[in-house]
Ligand binder design. Structure first.
Ligand code: PMP
Length: 394
């Protein structure tokens, strides 16, 4: 039987991670994988997570199963964090999932169950896993223009023109903030225009919110998601706690389905529980419980928020430093967009040959499409990267 299997394409980012590990150069720089790192290159366990784990260890008396949708306290806490009061609670169904990837996958499953002929519109480019999962599931995708590689900003006119092809019942996948891989994001006026267009066409938004708190702050980053959820009849929101709580390996995420009324919510809630049951039964609980402990305890929450703010501001500072260095060394504003981008990533718009030259000649590793992880830099390596970019003639 197994002889019928075919080799699957390797994940490019994981392959890059391996190549980095195998590189003997001491001064190599890893700007590949999307994990936050501090100035020492470490992905720290956040203080509030450590405290919550300590408390959980002391207080937890059972590891028996929770519910198919996870702990209701986690759902309530995440709904408040993401949506605040933008939508009445009775219009929101929610289920815990293994990470944001689990939420994305379950969202696609729910969409396909509701509409087997659905077309899902995805930004060009998008997080490669979106495309890989949709291909695996056999769901039709339609790419919409998103990134203007000349300006480094959003190609909003191109995007709106491509979304003009939407039909009733199509789904549009949007990144709630901190677009991965480009770092370019719509402003609120543009978001409003997209919402109006979707309502006009009868299309359903699905928001992937994996970086709340990494862009302009917890509230500002949730704003577009709240605008969408409060203005459309139905939407899906896939959230991840991997980045903003730094609990990547705990696999903590949540899928929310927003609908029109309590009856629709009951059906959505039952569907989410059913889908969890089919795929892995009970979702992971450890990370979810830490998150709800932190969000419901004022001291832990304050500590978490301030550490998250420090991380966010560190990344913003590195953006400004890199844009400034490149301006100084190249004498042009071409890379000014790096300071405008938000989140962990920026797509530099450098040719693949130059990306390869940066790796071969300078030991600087970035994704082939020239996406860099800003958090892979520190104050000392920014000038090295800037000089290398200029040296390879990018
Ligand atoms: N969506 C996007 C756009 C992402 O970048 C990520 C993380 N790489 C995720 C979802 C999900 O991450 P995780 O499964 O680790 O929570």
């Amino acid at each position: 039987m197994f002889e019928n299997l075919q080799a699957q394409p390797a994940d490019k980012i994981l392959a890059l991670m391996q190549a980095f590990r195998d590189d003997p150069r001491a001064d190599k720089i890893d700007l590949g994988v999307g994990v936050y790192r501090n100035a020492e290159g470490i992905t720290p366990i956040m203080r509030a997570i450590k405290s919550a784990e300590h408390r959980l260890w002391q207080e937890q008396t059972s590891k028996a199963y929770v519910g198919l949708a996870g702990d209701p306290a986690f759902a309530d806490a995440m709904i408040r964090l993401v949506l605040n009061n933008a939508v009445p609670r009775e219009n929101i169904a929610a289920a815990a999932t293994p990470g944001g990837t689990g939420a994305v996958r379950q969202a696609f499953e729910m969409i396909r169950l509701a509409n087997p002929d659905v077309r899902i519109f995805v930004s060009d480019p998008t997080w490669p896993n979106h495309l890989s999962i949709l291909k695996f599931m056999g769901v039709e995708t339609v790419a919409y223009r998103y990134f203007d590689s000349q300006s480094g900003g959003v190609d909003f006119d191109g995007m709106m023109a491509d979304l003009g092809a939407l039909r009733k019942g199509d789904v549009v996948l949007l990144h709630g903030c901190c677009h991965n891989p480009t770092g370019a994001n719509m402003n609120l006026v543009e978001w409003q225009a997209v919402i109006d267009l979707l309502n006009d066409k009868g299309a359903v938004p699905m928001i992937d919110l994996a970086y709340q708190g990494f862009g302009d702050g917890l509230e500002a980053d949730a704003k577009p998601t709240r605008m969408v959820a409060s203005q459309v009849p139905e939407c899906l929101i896939a959230t991840s706690c991997s980045k903003n709580f730094g609990i990547y390996r705990e696999r903590t995420g949540m899928l929310m389905a927003v609908s029109r009324n309590a009856d629709a919510t009951a059906l959505n809630q039952a569907t989410l529980a059913y889908l969890n049951r089919q795929d892995y039964s009970f979702p992971p609980d450890h990370g979810a419980r830490l998150v709800s402990m932190i969000l419901n305890d004022s001291a832990l929450r304050a500590d978490w928020t301030s550490e998250l703010e420090e991380m966010r501001k560190t990344m913003l500072g590195l953006r400004e430093q890199l844009a400034g260095e490149l301006q100084r060394l190249s004498g042009s504003d071409r890379f000014g967009f790096i300071a405008q981008h938000r989140g962990m990533f920026s797509r530099l718009g450098i040719d693949p040959e130059k990306v390869e030259k940066l790796r071969a000649d300078h030991g600087i590793y970035m994704i082939g499409d020239s996406r860099i992880n800003i958090a892979g830099l520190n104050r000392e390596t920014v000038p090295i990267l800037a000089q290398a970019i200029v040296d390879v003639g990018a």
